[in-house]
Design a protein around this ligand. Sequence first.
Ligand SMILES: Cc1cc2nc3c(=O)[nH]c(=O)nc-3n(C[C@H](O)[C@H](O)[C@H](O)COP(=O)(O)O)c2cc1C
Ligand code: SF4
Ligand code: SF4
Length: 428
Amino acid sequence: MADLSIDFAGIRSPNPFWIASGPPSNTAYQAHRAFEAGWGGVVWKTIGEPIVNVSSRYSGIDIGGTRMAGFNNIELISDRSPQTNFREIAETKKLWPDRALIASLMVETREDWHDFIKRSEDAGADGIELNFGCPHGMCERGMGSAVGQNPGVIETIVGWVMEAARKPVIAKLTPNITDITTAARAAKRAGADAISLINTINSITQVNLDTWVPEPFVGGFSSHGGYCGPAVKPIALQMVQACADDPEIQLPISGIGGIASWRDAAEFIALGSTSLQVCTAVMHYGFRIVEDLIDGLGNYLDSKSICSVDSLRGRAVSRIKEWKYLDLNYKRIARINYDRCIGCNLCHIACEDGAHQAIRLIAPNGLGLGPGRVPGKPIPEIVEESCVGCNLCALVCPVQGCISMLSVETGRNTLSWDDYQEKSRGAS
Ligand SMILES: Cc1cc2nc3c(=O)[nH]c(=O)nc-3n(C[C@H](O)[C@H](O)[C@H](O)COP(=O)(O)O)c2cc1C
Ligand code: SF4
Ligand code: SF4
């Protein structure tokens, strides 16, 4: 099987799967259970001056039949004392020397950063993650996302940290910023060894329409919370790719945000991640999901004859270009496989009302043999000269593989937006 082990900025781990800082990494008991299940690393629940949490703390969004497709929390950092956390980190590291154990920290002053870094390293932590991301509570006190949203402050604090740190330092970034690369560049300038992203996204998930109090409910009120889980994966992937592609950053990336399956993991690696962190999926399904993550990623790499995580890393990064460099002369069109079509005509309605009126309804004439189709009912037909290849019909079609998108030869040369503008100027 392919080699799943990684070296993340000098932190070794038998596989790329780490528990993200959060409720599943709160205690030594949980870290033991995670390592027993097979996780390669644990990023401890953020340690700082102990806080007091509210009740309740979580809310979520269900999409279709999927519970917690989006998850929201207003929980703060660890509510246990730093002494307890550092003692438990030391106990855990002794028992699991081959796994990655990272201390996540969030404190205020330069002296506090120095003190907490020394205590983390004395406890045996393999690395330190700086929590610059928490979007609620801590930012009101000048920490968390209040730091992560200000590149100048990131640079100052990473600078303080690097004065004291001997172990690798990972700056964990907030997505609640216009351009995350400005934060990553600041961390790099100040000497961080790696970055991790994303932390949670500022959100309100739902309003109770009888009481008009949003969830999570705390004595008649709520607060902006941090959004995560499967719904945030596309946002996280975009930010990981942007950081991986930036020539000024070029730091190891720990990818976080909605990872729940080996496919998610492989996508994050292909877009530039070395390690992968998981929080919501573990809260939902437990530590045991790591078995499927390891098997699935290993089998996928084997099936592609890719020998290691390192060899997959970044393969998709350069496949994202600025829009202006895409080929305006490339063309795709939709094609219906009538053996699968059930005659629901959702594609027709979508294209008629929401796209380019390129699917007409025709008499079946012996076509449309898919299961459940009503005999004699009109069936869709693609009007190829009107189809702009937008993908909408393939996305709405309820039958997997029924509508495929085919590349067609246009006989025209590649044309970028810049070329197009130049041509237009020449013509006028
Ligand atoms: C309830 C909860 C508590 C969290 N606490 C922390 C924390 O203490 N420190 C931190 O850096 N991130 C914290 N996070 C953020 C996660 O580490 C992670 O960045 C985020 O949830 C996205 O990953 P996911 O989609 O796998 O959950 C927390 C997330 C949740 C859901
Ligand atoms: S949406 Fe799919 S299954 Fe339904 S009519 Fe169109 S092609 Fe057939
Ligand atoms: S790809 Fe777009 S334009 Fe073409 S048939 Fe489908 S919905 Fe219509």
